[in-house]
Design a protein around this ligand. Structure first.
Ligand code: DGL
Length: 256
């Protein structure tokens, strides 16, 4: 038993989509969420910069007493998780685009992956795609500009639709039957995404899989909590506007 909190970080509010899954699967766990939105977006930063920021975020969460760290960002995971695992002595869970289930389930043999430039150009993404999707055609698109809009608190409307259409239309024309949301910010746009693609295209994100893996690692390391009233604490180092919007002002946010 260990009632210390789970630490979650992202470049902004994207990781809240992961937090929601974890909260649902593990209702007795306290969580500390850290949005590094001062440095957002990570998607067009170099691997070195992303590693540096991920180390900084991890140190912050460890100082707050976290027992396990969830890297709730595909860009940070694919560029820095091995560095984090060598530098720190606690369990890490990462988020990667759900290419494996998409490749296993596709009937058309064509899948679409929407992610950031940093994720798509990472060695880990290439390795996963080669391992699991070598028989499948993967149409990759980096939806530049989406994370910036979401971080400004814009979750719908013309600007969002235009970026999505530009990236999704070529996938639709190529007859994909699975769309992988390879950035934790994108499930926030699920309604708009659904309205822009044919209904037979299955949309996959990594929320549930990450929550399950977090549960497995807590059990394996004997770190489960038994709190009846767990605490949810939120930190950001930029504006709290988007975090307040996504949390519906239900929680107090600490600006650091
Ligand atoms: N949520 C991050 C991800 O999953 C966003 C990346 C960014 O900051 O550009 O990749």
């Amino acid at each position: 038993m260990n009632n210390a909190p789970i630490g979650i970080f992202d470049s902004g509010i994207g990781g809240i989509t992961i937090l929601n899954s974890i909260k649902k699967t593990l209702p007795k766990e306290s969580i500390i969420y850290y949005s590094d939105n001062y440095n957002s977006p990570y998607g067009n930063k170099s691997k070195k910069e992303i590693e540096k920021l991920s180390i900084k975020n991890t140190k912050f969460l460890i100082e707050k007493g976290c027992k396990i760290i969830v890297v709730a960002c595909n860009t940070a995971t694919t560029n820095s998780i091995s560095k984090l695992r060598t530098n720190f002595d606690l369990p890490f869970i990462g988020v990667e685009p759900a290419i494996k289930p998409a490749a296993m389930q596709t009937k058309s043999g064509l899948i679409g992956v929407l992610a950031t430039k940093g994720t798509l150009s990472s060695g880990l993404f290439e390795k996963t795609a080669n391992n699991y999707a070598s028989d499948v055609k993967v149409i990759e698109k980096n939806a530049t500009g989406l994370v910036e809009l979401i971080e400004k608190g814009i979750f719908s409307g013309e600007k969002i639709e235009n970026i999505l259409k530009k990236n999704l239309n070529p996938m639709i024309q190529n007859k994909i039957d699975h769309l992988v949301l390879g950035c934790t910010h994108y499930p926030i746009l699920i309604k708009t995404i659904k309205s822009l693609i044919p209904s037979h295209i299955k949309i996959l994100d990594s929320g549930k899989a990450v929550a399950k893996q977090t549960n497995r690692l807590l059990i394996k390391n004997k770190l489960e909590s038994n709190l009846i009233d767990p605490l949810y604490t939120f930190y950001c180092n930029g504006s709290d506007q988007s975090l307040n919007k996504i949390l519906n002002f239900k929680f107090a946010i600490n600006i650091i």
